[in-house]
Structure formats: structure tokens, C-alpha cells
Design a protein around this ligand. Structure first.
Ligand code: ADP
Ligand code: MG
Length: 759
């Protein structure tokens, strides 16, 4: 019997040193706990059918089956070595595999007809046949019956010893379990290496103390942690396995929610500048002169925000709204409320182009309300100042002076603004536009920017639709507001897929459409995934490998913006005024091009995705996206939101070389078929998994989630959140929950929890 172990025991103290090392190298697990928290990929149950999706060409699979036939054939290798090729048919319920060993002389004695064995290898599909070449194998029941020596490929010493031990104890034999766990294997570690390691660890494990109170456990109907850790690997029945997995995911969910809840509480501790609405201020004046009526949605959201700003507890709010839903004016009115309280506001944009545009449009909207200090300004006026990296030293100095003296009521810039050592006179509100990836660390930096130890209010605005469970997981420390209608009776954009390879004529028609729109006095975007022929990979944010089913040598190279600009200028769109825009142009040039397009000096803008967020050119009515399959679903949705903003119907044409029936085509059709951003975001998540969508939003904590999926585990997350709140209400410092505090500390992966819980 091995030494006793806890979840913190190093693997090498319970396993063979060699096996422990392989597992650590392959998976990074160092402790018994880490190993046991890695759940089986699935369980093999007698009589269970294969999920056909599993048996895909090139997938690594583990099968259990009986050898039905065996044949050998002698041949000579190129080097003149005599060899024996062994071909087996292995039957696993209703599925038959062909298993081939090119050097099968010894193996044939270990796998005679009638043997039950587990095989682990890569499937290839050849016509109707499922082939496994040289799979690793492990004999579960030899023809001579159990009790013999454990046979198989690889080093089975540890597993053999373990199995003999279990047999000697008279328990059910290791391989005769009703549900045999199958683990995701790696080249150097087979599924049964992991099985052996897990079973050894479980046998050594002393009862694990449960970090959750009985009350929580009972209320949430959870299996105990000790039982869960064991049954997740060696369940007696399917229900055991499910409940064990649920419990382990719940633990991650509650640790995460405790962390987020603690952050919410932590931020709420410091006072924020209370900025009540004033009837006679600049906000009221602005409201009175808006050229349109606010939609009911805008009114409602503004009310929530106003209420937050009124009190001295810092606002932490995420405002989600479709592209074109009118978030800017909401942000502006919120800022003016704070200006009315005598404080400053910052609006942060993700790019300089966007910051410049915001500065321009805020200034335009405000009119003489934004001209404080100038002759003829309104009484309540304030001043809007732009601060970007490409400004001249003199301009920059002037802007910084306005900011530090408090003359600037509204400052517009990029994120560099809060990173830099820009000092504010009295910062009351930060509005972050089109950037849902505004992380905790950045938020932390804001704290230092407030006056007299006060924390500025925060409003994060995004057009990226974030499904609720994700908002709860990733932005669990933000309150969420939603704008779900488009203002001004705007018509949704119609979208069509243009299959360039199958219907080249449609591409010609696409350029004709662009001409027609320009002829009617409108403008067009043409978006490319790549800057020029030299850029190998998709730059400027297009996703790599979006056309997953379009591998193959006949795939044409991606259309590049520089080349397409030339081609269109001298070809299909000759005579039109066509601009070029991409991330490698100097900022002044980008800005000049953007202004020209906005003011009507250009008809067509050929661009990479630098125009993705926030750009507002109401006259733009058509967008052509080249190599559309290279873009993510949400990204396409955002891109097309650039057109049809001025009350004119918008059209988006997705040009692709993807073939009919493929996955990429399916995705594009989904985008064309729905205008519901939330639906599309969900689709995007399912296809690309959360990591890609969330980026590094809160990478620290999310990266350490092993079992929890923010896509699939919405329900667990919601339940865990409720319990986390209850625990924090009763015990905000987690003083009476040391084990939970420890988990949160591990999850946050930093010293963050030290200060979070020290009140
Ligand atoms: P987004 O939410 O994408 O940032 P914007 O704030 O840029 O959207 O608004 C898109 C357009 O809609 C702008 O031209 C803006 O002036 C206009 N707009 C905003 N609110 C209304 C409204 N209530 N009625 C009519 N037009 C509006
Ligand atoms: Mg916007």
C-alpha cells in the first residue's frame, strides 16, 4: 500500500517517479489534487454506442473491443528487414475497427482472437473503414482469463502492480468496472497511464475536508467533495459521474463568484464623487437641444446611470447595445451630469481614429455648450479636449494643462490616457467606449486618478453582445444595462453571401451594386482580411483559420487591401474616389482618410478591420467584406453595423471562397440570416470557445478554470453566484471559511485576494 496523501501531496510521492514525471511534463499537474481535478473525457460503458462525431479522421480515440479476427502477412522492409504485418478487426459493440501493426510479430501473441483490449491511437477513415495504425494497447481480459500478467504496450509496471493489488484485496477488478474512465491522452501518456495514476492517488487519498458548509451543500444538492473526487473517476453509475462532475464544477464557479463578489464589495468601499442631476446645468441644456427624442431604452438606461452617479458609491456599469443603438449620447449625457457637479470626465476609445472621431462628434453635438472660455459660449458651457499620442508636443502640453487645471470638462483619448501619468484636477467619471475587455487591472489604475481618495465612476460601453452567463462570469463585478432597440426607426441591415468560387458573376454584381449606391449619393466600405501581399497572416484583428473546412491547396490567397484598392481603382470602380485605410498607415494619414470619407471627399473606403468599432458615417449604405469566412461571427456583426446608420437601408455583402455545405459557409449564412447580436454571439462562442471571444479579459482567474465552461455551465454559475453572495454577506472577509478563502486565493493567482479580504 502506498503512503497516505492529501490533495497537496506531490505526485512523485504517490506514483512511480517515472510516471509522475511524464504526467507533469505532459499536463503540468504536480499534485494529487491537480490530477484528480482532471476529469475523464468520457466513460466507457458496456453496450454504449460510439458517438459518431468522435470517430473523425485524425482524432485521437480510445476504444475498448474484442479481437474478432487476426491475420498476418510477411513482408520485407526497404532496408531488407523481414517483418510481420498484423491486421486485426476489433469489434466494439456495433462498431468495427481495423487495427494494424507493421511490426506485429510479438504483438500477435498478446492479442489473439477473443482478447478484450483497450486501444488508444489516431483514427483514419478510409472509405467505410475506421483504421487505427500502431495504437497503444492494453489487454483487459486475455483469452486465458484474468489473473495473468498485464499485457500491453508501453511501461505497464505501475498499472500491473496496482491491478494485482486490487485483485489481491478481492475488490472488483480494475478493468471490470461498470464505467471505465477514459482520459484525454497525450503522445507520452496513455489513457491507462492516467487511469493507473488516478486510481493509485485515490487509494492513497485521506478523506478530503469539504470547504463548503453543510447548509450550502444541502441547499445546492451537492455531493461531498471527498466523494466527488473519487466518484468522478470511478463512478458506480452514470448518475454518480454526473453529480461528481457537477460538484467539482460548482467549486470552481463558487470560487470565481466569491472573487468577483469580493471585488464588487472592495470597490464599493471607497467613496466616489456624488454627482446629482442639476436642473439648470449643461446636461439639461444639452437634453433640451438634442436633435432627436431619446428612445425609451436610452431613457431607461440613462435613468439607471443617473441614479448611480448621484450617490457616493462608485458606479461600475457595463452598457451593452447593438451597433447604432445610440450609446454615445447616453455616455455624453452621463458625462455632462458629472460636469454639472464640477468634475471632469474621460472618454476612452480603442484607437486614435475613434478618439478623434468622438472628439469631433461630441464637439459638434455640444455646439456652444462645449466652448467654455470662448466668446459667445453658453453660460453652462464646458470644454472638450482631445489627447492622443500623435499630437505635437505643443498641442499635447496645452491639452495636459487644460486637464490638470480642470478647465477641460471632458477629455477624449485612447487607453494610453490612464496608463500615462496624466493628472486630472478632479476626475469623476470614466467612460470606456467599445472596449469590453477593460480588465480589472486597468480599473485598478483608475482608482489612483480620483481626487481625495475618491474613485471615479466607471461606464463601460460595448456593442459586442455578451451572453448573460458570460457577463456574469467575466464581468461579474459590473452591473449590466442593455439598449436593445435601434433609434430613429432604422431598418436592420440586409446581408447576403456572395460565393465567389461557385458564382463569379455575383462578384461582378457586387461591384455594380457599389457603383449604384455611390451613384445615389451614398458611400461604401470594402473590408479585407489582409493589408498587402507581404502580410502572411490576417492582420488588424481578422481571425486566423476561420475557414477551417477550406484547407487545401486550391484555396486562393487572401485578398489584400492594397492590391484590391489598385484593382478597383483601375477596374470595376474606375472613376470613383477610393480611399485606402489600414493599420500600418501613419496616424495622420488614417485620420485624414477617415475625415475625407466621413465628409464625402471619398466614395469608397477599402480598408482592413481598423474601421471595426464605433465609426459613424451615416451616408455609408453598403459594405463588402472580402474573404468573409476569415472573420468571426461577432466581428462580422460589428462590421456590418457600420452601414445603414443614417436612416437609409444598409446592405452587407459577404464575399467568400468557401464551398457550399462547409462549416464556414454555414457560419456566414447564419450571420446573413439573423440580425440578433446575442444569438450570433452565442453561435460564435459555441464555434470558437470562450477563450477567443473573451481574450484576456480576466485571464488570470479564467485561465485557472479547469472544468468550468462559461458557455455550457451557465446554470451552475448562476446558482454558485447566489451562494457566494450569501457567504460574503455573512462573512465578508471569509474569516470563517478558510478553505474557501484559500481557493479564491489560488484562483486569483496573485496577492489580490490579500487586499480584497482585508477590511
Ligand atoms: P453606437 O451605439 O453604435 O455607439 P451611436 O451612438 O454612434 O451608436 O449612434 C448611432 C447614430 O444614431 C448616431 O448618428 C446618433 O446620432 C444617432 N442616434 C442616437 N440616438 C438617437 C435617437 N434617439 N434617435 C435618432 N437617432 C439617434
Ligand atoms: Mg459607438
Amino acid at each position: 500500500m502506498t503512503a497516505l496523501a492529501t490533495t497537496d501531496t506531490p505526485l512523485e510521492d504517490v506514483l512511480d517517479a517515472e510516471l509522475a514525471e511524464r504526467i507533469t511534463t505532459a499536463f503540468g499537474h504536480r499534485t494529487v489534487g491537480a490530477l484528480l481535478h482532471t476529469l475523464p473525457r468520457r466513460y466507457r460503458q458496456h453496450g454504449q454506442r460510439y458517438d459518431k462525431r468522435e470517430l473523425v479522421d485524425g482524432e485521437r480515440v480510445t476504444i475498448i473491443g474484442t479481437v474478432a479476427t487476426a491475420a498476418t502477412r510477411n513482408y520485407t522492409t526497404k532496408q531488407g528487414q523481414p517483418r510481420e504485418m498484423l491486421t486485426l478487426t476489433v469489434k466494439d459493440e456495433d462498431t468495427t475497427f481495423k487495427v494494424v501493426y507493421f511490426a506485429g510479430r510479438k504483438i500477435k501473441y498478446m492479442l489473439p482472437v477473443g482478447t478484450v483490449a483497450m486501444f488508444d491511437g489516431t483514427v483514419s477513415r478510409f472509405r467505410q473503414s475506421l483504421d487505427l495504425k500502431h495504437p497503444e494497447f492494453l489487454v483487459l481480459r486475455s483469452v486465458s482469463g484474468p489473473g495473468g500478467q498485464l499485457k500491453g504496450s508501453g511501461n505497464l509496471a505501475a498499472l500491473a502492480r496496482l491491478s494485482a493489488e486490487i485483485d489481491a484485496e478481492g475488490g472488483p477488478s480494475l478493468f471490470d468496472r461498470p464505467l471505465l474512465p477514459i482520459y484525454s491522452a497525450k503522445e507520452s501518456v496513455t489513457s491507462w497511464d492516467l487511469l493507473g495514476a488516478v486510481v493509485t492517488a485515490i487509494r492513497a487519498l485521506v478523506p478530503v475536508v469539504d470547504p463548503l458548509d453543510d447548509t450550502v451543500r444541502a441547499a445546492a444538492g451537492l455531493m461531498g467533495l471527498d466523494e466527488a473526487l473519487r466518484k468522478a473517476h470511478l463512478p458506480g453509475c452514470v448518475e454518480d459521474a454526473d453529480r461528481a462532475g457537477y460538484r467539482l464544477r460548482f467549486d470552481e464557479a463558487i470560487a470565481l463568484q466569491l472573487l468577483l463578489g469580493a471585488r464588487r464589495r472592495f470597490v464599493a468601499r471607497d467613496p466616489a464623487p456624488a454627482s446629482p442631476v442639476r436642473g439648470d446645468g449643461v446636461r439639461a441644456a444639452m437634453e433640451a437641444r438634442l436633435p432627436f427624442e431619446l428612445t425609451a431604452g436610452q431613457e431607461a438606461v440613462l435613468e439607471e446611470i443617473s441614479a448611480d452617479l448621484t450617490v457616493d458609491e462608485p458606479m461600475n456599469r457595463l452598457l451593452q447595445g447593438e451597433v447604432g443603438s445610440g450609446k454615445t449620447v447616453v455616455g455624453l449625457l452621463a458625462m455632462l451630469q458629472v460636469v454639472d457637479a464640477g468634475r471632469q470626465c474621460v472618454m476612452l476609445a480603442p484607437t486614435e481614429v475613434l478618439a478623434t472621431q468622438h472628439h469631433r462628434s461630441l464637439t459638434a453635438m455640444l455646439g456652444d455648450l462645449g466652448e467654455w472660455g470662448r466668446l459667445g459660449a453658453a453660460d453652462q458651457a464646458t470644454r472638450v479636449v482631445l489627447l492622443t499620442g500623435s499630437m505635437s508636443t505643443a498641442e499635447r502640453r496645452a491639452a495636459l494643462l487644460d486637464i490638470v487645471t480642470g478647465e477641460a470638462g471632458i477629455v477624449v483619448g485612447t487607453h494610453a490616457l490612464i496608463q500615462d501619468s496624466v493628472d486630472f484636477f478632479d476626475l469623476g467619471l470614466v467612460v470606456v467606449d467599445e472596449q469590453h475587455r477593460f480588465g480589472v487591472r486597468q480599473r485598478d489604475r483608475l482608482r489612483a486618478k480620483g481626487r481625495d481618495g475618491m474613485v471615479p465612476h466607471l461606464l463601460v460601453m460595448t456593442a459586442t453582445p455578451i451572453p448573460r452567463t458570460i457577463a456574469m462570469t467575466v464581468f461579474g463585478d459590473l452591473e449590466v444595462s442593455e439598449l436593445d432597440e435601434l433609434p430613429g426607426g432604422r431598418r436592420p441591415i440586409s446581408t447576403s453571401v456572395v460565393p465567389a468560387r461557385d458564382k463569379p458573376r455575383w462578384v461582378e454584381r457586387t461591384w455594380e451594386r457599389v457603383r449604384e449606391e455611390v451613384g445615389a449619393g451614398h458611400r461604401a466600405y470594402v473590408v479585407c482580411a489582409r493589408i498587402d501581399a507581404d502580410t502572411t497572416d490576417a492582420p488588424d484583428g481578422a481571425t486566423k483559420g476561420g475557414g477551417d473546412d477550406d484547407k487545401g491547396s486550391d484555396r486562393p490567397p487572401l485578398v489584400a487591401a492594397v492590391e484590391l484598392h489598385e484593382y478597383l481603382s483601375s477596374g470595376p470602380l474606375a472613376g470613383l474616389r477610393i480611399g485606402l485605410m489600414h493599420g500600418r498607415l501613419p496616424p495622420e494619414e488614417k485620420d485624414a482618410t477617415m475625415s475625407a470619407f466621413a465628409s464625402g471627399g471619398l466614395d469608397v473606403l477599402v480598408s482592413t478591420t481598423v474601421i471595426e468599432v464605433g465609426v459613424d458615417v451615416p451616408e455609408a449604405t453598403v459594405m463588402v467584406v472580402m474573404d468573409a469566412e476569415r472573420f468571426g461571427v461577432s466581428q462580422l456583426h460589428q462590421l456590418r453595423g457600420r452601414v445603414g446608420r443614417g436612416g437609409l437601408p444598409g446592405l452587407c455583402l459577404l464575399v467568400t471562397n468557401s464551398r457550399e455545405g462547409g462549416k464556414a459557409m454555414e457560419r456566414l449564412k447564419a450571420v446573413a440570416g439573423t440580425t440578433d447580436g446575442f444569438l450570433l454571439a452565442q453561435l460564435d462562442l459555441v464555434q470558437r470557445r470562450e477563450g477567443d471571444v473573451l481574450g484576456d479579459a480576466q485571464s488570470g482567474a479564467l485561465a485557472s478554470l479547469r472544468l468550468l465552461s462559461v458557455v455550457d455551465d451557465g446554470e451552475v454559475i448562476e446558482i454558485a453566484r447566489r451562494h457566494a453572495e450569501e457567504i460574503l454577506d455573512a462573512d465578508p472577509g471569509l474569516d470563517h471559511h478558510p478553505a474557501l478563502a484559500e481557493r479564491v486565493r489560488r484562483l486569483s493567482g496573485s496577492d489580490e485576494s490579500d487586499y480584497l479580504f482585508k477590511y
